[in-house]
Design a protein around this ligand. Structure first.
Ligand SMILES: [Zn+2]
Ligand SMILES: [Zn+2]
Length: 269
């Protein structure tokens, strides 16, 4: 697979999902935004631009590159035990999802890593752009962890590409300000992390912030006891964000980039 084809697939997939979710939440929002789009979208999309330039386009190609090298040399667990290719792809995608679930918990509990990840949580509303709002250093670290997992397990390149496209798509989906029909929500929650499930993770209540860590598959939270069905304040009254960084001046891109290195929280609004 050529790197340019890989990038084209990733960009096209992300653009279609972003456009679709933005349209859906504009037409049928789950709840009224408190701060709204205008103060938030320039910063959130600016972060996406920084991430794209810094790492999103360059390093994932390296992750697929690692997969190609590992496969050609017969390295990694899946190759050592002679797993058929279809099984390596299926188990590879699921295993990478488990890796980022564990990584997400670690980013919540190790103070230096939480400083990077909390920028994602400091958004004062949650919508499709929150799903692309990750500090470039977090993206970089996360990709390094992914590359190590790909090498150790011997995950095929196709599985890495499928996982990356899925992760981008589900991140934008489950941060969107939309709701599935009430009959579908409980069924969908067994297959994919839904917007109403991930919303709990963005609650200002710390016990709720430390729940629903999954990005793609909802199974890990149920399996490891981190699942929380609803926010205690209720679906409509949940307060989004963190107790610090509640000033809308913090939504500026420069403030977003420097947030991990500050304790001030800005002036209160
Ligand atoms: Zn988190
Ligand atoms: Zn999130």
């Amino acid at each position: 697979m050529s790197p340019s084809l890989e990038i084209a697939v990733r960009v096209a997939g992300a653009a279609v999902v972003f456009g679709g979710m933005a349209l859906w939440e504009w037409q049928a929002p789950r709840r009224a935004l408190i701060v709204g789009r205008a103060p938030r979208w320039p910063g959130n999309l600016g972060i996406l631009a920084v991430d794209i330039v810094a790492v999103r386009l360059l390093v994932p190609t390296a992750a697929v590159g690692v997969a190609l090298i590992v496969t050609s040399r017969g390295w990694g667990l899946f190759n050592l035990i002679g797993l058929p290719e279809w099984a390596s792809i299926l188990i590879g995608v699921i295993a990478l999802d488990l890796v980022i679930y564990v990584q997400h918990i670690v980013f919540h509990h190790v103070p230096a890593l939480w400083r990077l990840h909390r920028m994602h949580h400091a958004d004062l509303d949650i919508d499709v752009t929150t799903g692309v709002r990750f500090h470039p250093l977090e993206i970089l670290l996360s990709l390094a962890i992914k590359m190590a997992a790909v090498a150790a397990l011997g995950v095929p390149a196709l599985a890495v590409l499928i996982f990356e496209v899925l992760l981008n798509a589900t991140s934008m989906f489950n941060h969107s300000n939309v709701a599935l029909p009430p009959w579908l929500e409980p069924i969908a929650r067994w297959i994919v992390v839904t917007p109403q499930m991930h919303q709990v993770h963005h609650s200002v209540e710390r016990a709720e912030t430390d729940s629903n860590f999954g990005f793609n598959l909802p199974w890990w939270d149920r399996l490891f006891g981190t699942y929380r069905a609803k926010p205690s304040a209720g679906e409509q009254n949940i307060v989004i964000g963190l107790p610090i960084f509640r000033n809308i001046a913090e939504l500026n891109i420069v403030r977003l980039l420097t947030q991990p290195f500050r304790n001030d929280g800005g002036a209160q609004c």
